[in-house]
Design a protein around this ligand. Structure first.
Ligand SMILES: Cc1ncc(COP(=O)(O)O)c(C=O)c1O
Length: 389
């Protein structure tokens, strides 16, 4: 009989992928599907980044690189951290991996032992609980709601800390809510983590997609003590429309990063050499190159919110970043079955909130055109009117 490793056996499949697969299947059958399921920018990777990849190939940069990424790329990442985040990391403290997802997986594997507790909030990004399971750790989930703007309060954090707490995962701006933690909120969280010696993973993958003049703050920049406990994670996927290139990176205390290096040495080795060259071009360029994409996302967010405002039974917290609106369907019915029914009946794909630990919600991504946003939310409104309770 087939026996599977206990930790892997307990891992859940991805509902995000299941809904997206069903949406694709319906589209292939000729249906006009509006896909609000996307977790990636719909823009093409900018041409200058592609050109850098082609140049790298032509120059023969098609061989193994150091497992943690080239020295040049790690220098460019260190410069980015200093420029954008006021963080001083040496290239030796940086590990480049195959996407931020891979960086997060590595960190959790390296720091979490059987029974260690990892705190994060619900709604959460779908992979956090599964990564913790894969390491044998225990997820301790702090429920947040619209009343607290989907943020962890210092009081709630303190209540969830036990002698087994090893780590807190923060994600700002957040997938799925788009909510951001501001400086004073991060400072309060940092003080608690320092007092209890809890490591922090700061998942900053949506850093460049921020609207309404909000200031992005890295928790590690708030003082030496929190800097020494934090591993900062970022990548090129969302900011530069480079999801398929698979480059993410992490920076933190040298001792931890050396273990991550060892772990990566024996698993993936280096991320693709060509993608590393492309990412270096991306990170060295000025933000003007991605500003145009950000502006389009902001206009789309405003459009989606305006369309949703015309449906009185739905509510949301205004997203300050990322490209998602997390919509409360509790006045309409069971969000998990509504997401399935809406896809089958009016061909609109949204991701049900149960995958993010918030079962009354559906996540709509606005990484699609204005026309699709208008059409899709119109269909949602019609469906809600006809079938909602
Ligand atoms: C919150 C969050 N973190 C990390 C990632 C991973 O990004 P990537 O592996 O493409 O760098 C994603 C992607 O959806 C995300 O939403």
């Amino acid at each position: 009989m087939l026996t599977i490793n206990r930790r892997v056996k307990e891992m859940l499949g991805s509902t995000t992928l299941a809904i997206t697969a069903r949406a694709k299947e319906l589209a292939a059958q000729g249906h006009d599907v509006v896909n609000f399921g996307a977790g990636e920018p719909d823009f093409d990777t900018p041409d200058f980044i592609k050109a850098a990849a082609i140049e790298a190939m032509n120059k023969g940069q098609t061989k193994y690189t150091p497992s943690i990424g080239t020295q040049e790329l790690r220098e460019a990442i260190a410069a980015k951290f200093l420029r954008d985040n006021k963080l001083t990391y040496k290239p030796s403290q940086i590990v480049v991996s195959c996407g931020a997802k891979h960086s997060l997986f590595n960190i959790i594997q390296v720091l979490i032992d059987d029974g260690d507790e990892v705190i994060f909030q619900a709604p959460y990004w779908v992979s956090y609980p599964e990564m913790v399971k894969a390491a044998g750790g225990k997820s301790v989930i702090i429920d947040t709601d619209a009343k607290s703007d989907f943020k962890i309060t210092p009081e709630a954090l303190k209540k969830h800390i036990t002698p087994k707490t090893k780590m807190l995962i923060l994600n700002s701006p957040s997938n799925p809510t788009g909510v951001m933690y501001h400086k004073d909120e991060l400072a309060a969280i940092a003080a608690i983590c320092v007092a209890h010696k809890i490591y922090v993973i700061s998942d900053e993958i949506y850093e460049k997609l921020i609207y309404d003049n909000n200031e992005f703050v890295s928790i590690a920049a708030l003082g030496k003590e929190i800097f020494d406990l934090t591993i900062t994670v970022n990548g090129v996927s969302k900011a530069y429309a480079m999801t398929g290139w698979r480059i993410g990176y992490a920076a933190g205390p040298l001792e931890i990063m050396e273990y991550i290096k060892k772990y990566q040495d024996h698993s993936t080795s280096n991320p693709t050499s060509i993608s590393q060259a492309a990412s270096m071009a991306a990170l060295k360029a000025s933000d003007d190159t991605i500003e145009a994409m950000r502006k389009v996302f902001r206009a789309r967010r405003d459009l989606m919110l305006k369309c949703l405002d015309a449906i009185p039974s739905l509510s949301y917290i205004r997203p300050e970043g990322a490209f998602y609106v997390f919509c409360d369907f509790s006045k309409v019915g069971n969000a998990t079955s509504i997401a399935k029914q809406m896809l089958d009946e009016v061909k609109v794909a949204g991701i049900p909130g149960d995958s993010f630990g918030a079962p009354n919600y559906i996540r709509f991504s606005f990484a699609t055109s204005d026309e699709r946003i208008r059409e899709g939310i119109k269909r949602v409104g019609e469906w809600v009117k006809k079938y909602g309770k």
